[in-house]
Design a protein around this ligand. Sequence first.
Ligand SMILES: Nc1ncnc2c1ncn2[C@@H]1O[C@H](COP(=O)(O)OP(=O)(O)OP(=O)(O)O)[C@@H](O)[C@H]1O
Length: 312
Amino acid sequence: MYAIQAENIDKRYKNGVQALRHLNLSVKTGEIFSLLGQNGAGKSTLIRILTTYLKPTSGTIMMLGKDIFREAATIRSEIACVAQQTSIDTHLSLVENMMFQSRLYRIPKTEAKKRMETLISDFGLKQYMEYPVSSYSGGIKRRLDIALNMMSKPKILFLDEPTVGMDIQSRMAMWEMMKKIRDDFGTTIFLTTHYLEEADSLSDTVCIMKDGKEVIQGTPFELRTYTRQDTLQIRFITNAEAKEYVTHIAEHCSLKEVRLQNDTIIINTKDSHADLEKINLFLIESHIPYNGIQISQPTLEDVFLRLTVNNE
Ligand SMILES: Nc1ncnc2c1ncn2[C@@H]1O[C@H](COP(=O)(O)OP(=O)(O)OP(=O)(O)O)[C@@H](O)[C@H]1O
């Protein structure tokens, strides 16, 4: 069962920019779906279309079993969207913010109180209740913003870069919160992120976009095995040493796909063990002062870079 099915979506803005081109994607009910793409890939345009703020030029979208253009008002009452700018009123207290939200959705007061207490306790907000909202850190404000949006019990929660700018502890707390929303509330989560590691550890499905179109969609595991290409990594003590030896090693070992990343030379290889043996021997015989050499399986970041940067 799908929460969202988008087919052949095109979006051309009035200034002629084609932000989406024949885009297709499917989001399963109850999953965490992450959308990845470089700046300008069309992620925000797609979120604005899925949350009914913007109409595509063409294409069809079924959401929660309904056509989103014909039944936009019903859909709007069943979804929630947390944008990058928080919607919290910092002049109100945490409780006032939540009760205000419940009035927007016309939730009866007793029910609103019950939902608020659950959300405050489930999302670890109790300890912040006595402090003014204006004193909250960015991470706690974001947590409160999501709790506010959960007051209406949405079936789908859209999150635009939910962890941007957060330190690692706040990000991990946010990941726990998202998993709780999926597991305890059964809400489908659709999020955009620039953090590959976040998409990898959190998502059930990842979709990578480029130039307004999806290039691949699958589980993080499926995506990682997609390239099936190991790399060999030769580490040096300094960046300068890696730079000094990169051409020398590439030429002598007849290596084609070689790149530098700080103090490491990275080599794409089709036969990692044979290449490891050959290069290791060369490094020892040439007295090249390397720090270590290892075979490395592709990460989601490698897949992302290959699909979005190298045009492969
Ligand atoms: N309102 C608009 N009018 C005209 N062009 C727009 C508008 N909004 C976005 N665009 C263009 O559409 C393309 C896709 O932009 P979009 O903001 O959807 O990408 P994005 O993937 O969300 O990027 P980012 O990661 O930087 O937020 C870009 O070329 C952008 O300049």
